[in-house]
Design a protein around this ligand. Sequence first.
Ligand SMILES: NC(=O)c1ccc[n+]([C@@H]2O[C@H](COP(=O)([O-])OP(=O)(O)OC[C@H]3O[C@@H](n4cnc5c(N)ncnc54)[C@H](OP(=O)(O)O)[C@@H]3O)[C@@H](O)[C@H]2O)c1
Length: 241
Amino acid sequence: MPRHLENQVVLVTGAARRIGRAIALRAAAEGAQVAIHYHHSEADARQTADECGAKLFQADLTQVSEIQRLYREIESAYGRLDCLVNNAARYQQMNVLEVTEDDWDSIHDINLKAVFFSCQSAAKLMLKGTGGHIVNISSLGGIRPWTGHVPYCASKAGVIHMTRALAKALAPKISVNTVAPGVIHFGPDMPPKIQHLVSVTPMKRPGTGEEIADAVTHFLTATKFITGQLLSVDGGLSQRA
Ligand SMILES: NC(=O)c1ccc[n+]([C@@H]2O[C@H](COP(=O)([O-])OP(=O)(O)OC[C@H]3O[C@@H](n4cnc5c(N)ncnc54)[C@H](OP(=O)(O)O)[C@@H]3O)[C@@H](O)[C@H]2O)c1
């Protein structure tokens, strides 16, 4: 089997658990040198890194100074960066009439601001070499409006449009694309709201981390002529009337 990311340096943010872990494991299986970023989940991150033969990097991505430190550490560890997957995010239900400024910032600092400054630092490092590929993980919530998640939806819609703007701004050496997951479930118990979403998903099941990793790998290994694109991996839920 050909390994499509042989020797490529691939940074995955929020890679300790769940979707980020699946993306990291897949990149490693494709031959990449994977850099695992985590914030609080050190034990899980160490487990994922051991399985990937990867190095570990800790940073709070809501702080731009921390993002810049992370990329200095990546440069010292590998001397270059070929691929970035901005996966780290925060998802929280909020009553629209009760959202505070701190609530808004807590979502946007990680879901949107961090993605921008991570792309900026990654691009500077990639442009010291031959360029690279960036994939930003957005969400079905950036396409469809969810009443209980207005700040989250705004942040993810921002990720989708920012991806398009960055694709133009960072061409021709860097491609920037986005994968929008639908309902991706982990663990045995499915809350009633998630059960409802699954029941109205045309494919009648939740997606898996591996299915998101497939879409991410597609963009990381595709021609850079594919840029600024959104790929929904949601079992058809975004197409529902
Ligand atoms: N799961 C779904 O159904 C679904 C649906 C649509 C979109 N998505 C998107 O897919 C991506 C992954 O989803 P998920 O459910 O696997 O994610 P998740 O578990 O909610 O979060 C991923 C990671 O983000 C990291 N993170 C949060 N705040 C951070 C901060 N301030 N600095 C650095 N890292 C931070 C956390 O790292 P630590 O654990 O190390 O603290 C966390 O493990 C996200 O972008 C999410 O919005 C998921």
